[in-house]
Design a protein. Structure first.
Length: 402
């Protein structure tokens, strides 16, 4: 008949949409079996599309043009015309043939599912074997010696850097010590120049004192000559007076006694001699005092000058030694910097090679992971397909048995 046995009309028993669940009693009318409303709502059954699941028409099985395997006529297709042979009856002769074809197709799909499962198992075995091979090979490659070498090189670089910093610090300390010695040398040189200026001033004072001594000696000689002249004049006067007293004229005069000229002259002579002796002693004492002071100053200045000269000589030797040590430290620093640069370049090259190897290994691991992910996705897809096929088979069997 034209009415549906499993729910016909516009509302489906096993689904809703434009057609019935099995169409119109496995056939009849113009609607195909398992049409656009079967086993699902709207226009989707187990796959949707314009042809419906298990549906014929122009759409493929398992969902028209977008079923499990897609295509325009794949999978369980042709059911629309299969259960659509006449206007009455449930199963006819052609329908038996159609059911046999469906069973053969179902068997072929089951075989295909089995083959896919076998292929999946083979892929899993290949993946497992590849993991065993690659994993054992990767695990046997021990990179710990490289890490130890890298760590040793880092420690050497740190030690060389520390030694270089110590050398730079020693150079700075040496330079500061050299500056201190240079300042001391300049101070001692200025002191020596001051002492030389003092010595030159004392020499001028000595020359002045020598001139004063010469003047005093000349004054002394002139006073001696004057004293001699006075003595000579005194003797002449005494002789004249003595000659006058020794005459024959004898005059007795009662007069007051005259002064004793001889005594007066003697007193004057003694006074002059005492004054001259006192002046001479004062001059000699002053001269001796000044000469002793000058000799002491010259002696002390000479000692200071000798000590300053010795200290300047020692400072010059120290400066020369410091300059030699500075040059050696600078050469050592240059050699260490060059060695450090060579070491850095060499180890940078080695580190770059190791990084390239690590990058290659990481790239291989990434490729392996991507391949594994793809295999997992394919495996998941195959499992989903298998599950859906089993569900469809169960549904198909339940429909056939019902």
């Amino acid at each position: 008949s034209s009415s549906s046995s499993y729910g016909a009309g516009s509302s489906g028993a096993c689904g809703r949409g434009g057609g019935g669940s099995f169409g119109s009693s496995y056939g009849g009318g113009s609607g195909g079996g398992f049409s656009a409303g079967s086993f699902g709502g709207r226009s989707r059954g187990f796959g949707g599309g314009s042809g419906g699941c298990f549906g014929g028409g122009s759409g493929g099985g398992f969902g028209g043009s977008g079923g499990f395997w897609g295509g325009s006529g794949g999978g369980f297709g042709g059911f629309g015309s299969g259960f659509d042979s006449g206007a009455g009856g449930i199963l006819g002769a052609d329908e038996k043939t159609t059911m046999q074809g469906l069973n053969s197709r179902l068997a072929s799909y089951l075989d295909k599912v089995q083959s896919l499962e076998n292929a999946n198992k083979e892929l899993e075995n290949k993946i497992r074997e590849w993991y065993d091979k690659q994993g054992s090979r990767v695990c046997h490659r021990n990179y710990s010696p490289y890490y130890d070498t890298i760590e040793d090189l880092k420690n050497q670089i740190v030690n060389i850097t520390v030694n270089s910093n110590k050398t730079v610090l020693d150079l700075d300390n040496t330079r500061m010590t050299l500056d201190d010695f240079r300042m001391k040398y300049e101070m001692e040189n200025s002191l020596r120049q001051g002492v030389d200026a003092d010595i030159n001033g004392l020499r001028k004072v000595l020359d002045d004192l020598t001139m004063q001594k010469s003047d005093l000696e000349m004054q002394y000689e002139s006073l001696q000559e004057e004293l001699i002249a006075l003595k000579k004049n005194h003797e002449e006067e005494m002789n004249q007076l003595t000659g006058q007293n020794s005459g024959d004229v004898s005059v007795e005069i009662n007069a007051a006694p005259g002064k004793d000229l001889t005594k007066i002259l003697n007193d004057m002579r003694e006074e002059y001699e005492r004054i001259s002796a006192k002046n001479r002693r004062d001059i000699e004492e002053q001269y001796e005092t000044q000469m002793s002071q000058m000799e002491q100053e010259v002696t002390s200045s000479g000692r200071e000058m000798e000590s300053n000269h010795r200290e300047v000589t020692q400072l010059r030797h120290s400066i020369q030694e410091m300059e030699i040590e500075l040059q050696s430290q600078l050469s050592k620093k240059s050699a260490l910097e060059k060695s450090l640069e060579d070491t850095k370049n060499r180890y940078c090259g080695q580190l770059q090679q190791l990084q390239e190897q690590i990058s290659n290994l990481e790239g291989q691991i990434t490729e392996i992971r991507e391949e594994i992910e793809c295999q997992n996705q394919e495996y998941s897809l195959l499992l989903n397909i298998k599950t859906r096929l089993e569900q469809e088979i169960k549904t198909y069997r339940s429909l056939l048995e019902g």
